[in-house]
Design a protein around this ligand. Structure first.
Ligand code: T3D
Length: 264
């Protein structure tokens, strides 16, 4: 029987996905990747889901690639094709996270190492427990940051801190991660899931399409010059301005009532 390596629970408009291989700190196997991608696709396709939380079971968030996964062994003991593993699993995962039609919050409950750290940092907002930490573990096993790390880290931290963390592979405690601007919020361990749920519930009531487009616009503008970004803003505002949520937002403001957003 297939194990539930990713648990899915929906409360109102918020879906929570929990990585569920606690004995190995929720490290990624091919099977867990497949279940995670399926769960993300299902959340993206379900119009009733308006915000997503990802977290980990047990004491860890995710320790990156499972270094014992049979997928990494070759019959003749030759070196594995790590690039193929990245292309098969991590690239689709990172792209899926970046194209979710709803905001995604990482609730980092414990250590997030290697691709597990960058999976968390690729979410829209990261809330971490005080006891959690982030480790760019790659350099310790002769690899470079992956799962979007080379792109995310310098943008979030600046080159000096990104290189320092990636080269040393040092553990960055959650409190320090918040201070450096790597994550949104660090909270007491016991408050983690409630804090993530409060934030997710708030975002779920907001205009999903505008939030997803905000992510896409910020990422796109990072690759443009100033004029290009201004042109992008005008083009996308034109499109959003024709949609239901803008009309609803303005009407609700003028009528002094709460808006009901439905676009996705
Ligand atoms: O295939 C490729 O390599 C390509 C893809 C690369 C992407 C990557 O993510 S590369 C980076 C891979 N991850 C790591 O190198 C992290 C390895 N883990 C650690 O360094 C430590 O476990 C942590 C610092 C994350 C946590 O340390 P600690 O002391 O809190 O826990 P622990 O005792 O080391 O781990 C608890 C158990 O989880 C332990 O199993 P055991 O002895 O109780 O049976 C440990 O072996 C297991 N575990 C932790 N990380 C992994 C793992 N098992 C398999 N793969 C892991 N990555």
């Amino acid at each position: 029987m297939e194990q539930d390596l990713v648990l899915s629970v929906t409360q109102g408009a918020v879906r929570t996905l929990t990585l569920n291989r606690p004995a190995a700190l929720n490290s990624f196997t091919g099977a867990m990747h497949a279940q995670l991608l399926a769960a993300l696709n299902a959340a993206a396709d379900d119009a009733a889901v308006r915000a997503l939380i990802v977290t980990g079971a047990g004491r860890g968030f995710c320790a990156g690639q499972d270094l014992n996964d049979p997928e990494m062994s070759t019959p003749d003991g030759a070196p594995p094709d790590v690039g193929a593993v990245i292309e098969r699993h991590y690239t689709p995962l990172a792209l899926r996270m970046r194209s979710m039609p709803v905001p995604v919050i990482a609730a980092v409950n414990g250590v997030a190492a290697g691709a597990g750290a960058n999976f968390a940092l690729g979410c829209d907002m990261v809330v971490a427990a005080r006891g959690a930490s982030f480790i760019q573990a790659f350099s310790k096993i002769g690899l470079i940051p992956d799962c979007g790390g080379t792109w995310l880290l310098p943008r979030l931290l600046g080159r000096a801190r990104a290189l320092g963390l990636a080269m040393t592979g040092d553990k960055l405690p959650a409190e320090e991660a918040q201070r450096l601007g790597l994550i949104w919020l660090c909270v007491d361990d016991a408050a983690l899931l409630d804090s993530a749920m409060t934030l997710a519930t708030r975002l779920a009531a907001m205009p999903s399409k505008a939030l997803a487009d905000t992510r896409r616009a910020l990422d796109s503008a990072a690759l443009l010059d100033y004029e290009g970004a201004l042109a992008l803003e005008a083009r996308w505002q034109r499109e959003l301005g024709r949609a239901h949520d803008y009309a609803e937002g303005v009407a609700a403001f003028l009528e002094k009532r709460a808006p009901v957003f439905t676009d996705r």
